[in-house]
Design a protein around this ligand. Structure first.
Ligand code: 5AD
Ligand code: FES
Length: 358
């Protein structure tokens, strides 16, 4: 295959994606450079922020990779008070972040879903509708998704984790609460309700192949999502998947594979919003900047009160855990300037893929 020819394509075959995901050295650099060029042409050099509120680590699921899985009892469970959530939203406005992302362990009881509805309404009133809100609260019924949409959430992130059903069941318990088809149905329901829907996968999982990752990219394209958040897998010692940590590639290789996934997806879906994940920075100090230079355009600075952050250890060594929100803002501004990008303050930063599809 000829790299230069492939890089001029806008449509890619599965074999071409496998070829691109296998590049190394100078050839890999050509792929990343091409993705940056396409990003700058299609959506520019602005990076949008989603102030992240890690609302609760109480979770009914027990995903085999996740540190806050219900079966892990080595830490405290917390849920923010209403006032703490409101304070985070105020902080986001003070820092000129145009959007919030509310992420939580999964619960589907009515107390929880009602509470999220209430908080969405409060935040909307407080910000006079100026703060965009992304939710990431797992699988819910279409009725709950609709209720939250009507209460003011307009983006929803639900990672498929792997679009390969066999791999999905190797990284999730094989029971009623972890069902592949339920997750696909949930994604379709989010799209049909009118959310800007996002999904994503972990990269570098044990048992995962390059072919699986190429299929993940084609899955995003087929579903025509408006946003994607994907990042490297980081083994957590209190989870069952830790047993297979020797099967995974070294940190730098998993980060490179993540960068190649981002770059390929930028070529495949030029206008979507794509997150530079905090997990990228866990693997390398400038990991998020590298992701932005490979085609990502969203960053999620953490607004969670510092005292809870240690308890939201989905994976170990999360970046910025000890930082105050104000410190993150200055730091991020400088980091983006250093790579000729700018932050889109006070903007929702909607996916241009979504606006165009209406
Ligand atoms: N390493 C990297 N990412 C992880 N996630 C959960 N556990 C890990 C891990 N060990 C990601 C999942 C989930 C998101 C909240 O965090 O993709 O959707
Ligand atoms: Fe948090 Fe830099 S982004 S301190």
């Amino acid at each position: 295959m000829n790299l230069e020819n492939i890089l001029n394509n806008t449509l890619f075959t599965r074999d071409e994606l496998i070829f691109l995901l296998s590049l190394e050295g100078d050839d890999m650099k050509k792929l990343l450079d091409r993705a940056l060029e396409v990003k700058l042409r299609e959506i520019g050099n602005e990076v949008y922020l989603r102030g992240l509120i890690e609302y609760s680590n109480v979770c009914v699921k027990s995903c085999l990779y996740c540190g806050v899985r219900s079966k892990n009892t080595n830490f405290n469970r917390y849920t923010l008070t209403d006032q703490e959530v409101i304070d985070c939203a105020k902080m986001a406005m003070d820092l000129n972040y145009g959007s919030l992302a509310i992420q939580s362990g999964e619960r589907s009881d009515k107390n929880f879903t009602d509470k999220i509805t209430y908080l969405l309404k409060e935040i909307n009133t407080l910000s006079d509708g100026k703060l965009g809100i992304t939710l990431s609260c797992g699988e819910q019924t279409p009725e709950v998704y609709r209720e939250w949409f009507e209460a003011g959430a307009h983006r929803y992130l639900l990672r498929i984790e792997s679009s390969n059903q066999e791999l999905y069941y190797r990284i999730h318990p094989n029971d009623k609460t972890h069902n592949f088809q339920t997750r696909i149905d949930a994604l379709n329901s989010l799209i049909s309700i009118g959310y800007q829907a996002g999904t994503g996968v972990m990269i570098g999982l044990p048992f995962q192949t390059i072919e699986n990752l190429a299929d993940d990219l084609l899955f995003f394209k087929k579903l025509n999502v408006a946003m994607v958040g994907m990042g490297p897998f980081i083994p957590h010692s209190d989870t069952p998947l830790y047993e297979y940590k020797d099967l995974i590639a070294p940190d730098r290789q998993r980060l490179d594979l993540t960068l190649k996934m981002i770059a390929c997806l930028r070529l495949l879906m030029p206008k979507i919003n794509m997150v530079a994940a905090t997990a990228d920075q866990t693997l390398s100090p400038n990991g998020r900047e590298e992701a932005v230079m490979a085609g990502a355009n969203i960053i999620m600075p953490n607004l969670t009160p510092t005292k809870y952050r240690e308890e939201y250890m989905i994976y170990p060594n999360k970046a910025c855990v000890g930082d105050k929100p104000q410190e993150c803002q200055g730091c991020l501004d400088n980091r983006m300037k250093s790579i000729d990008h700018k932050i889109g303050y006070n903007k929702w930063g909607d996916s241009k893929a979504f606006t165009n599809s209406k």
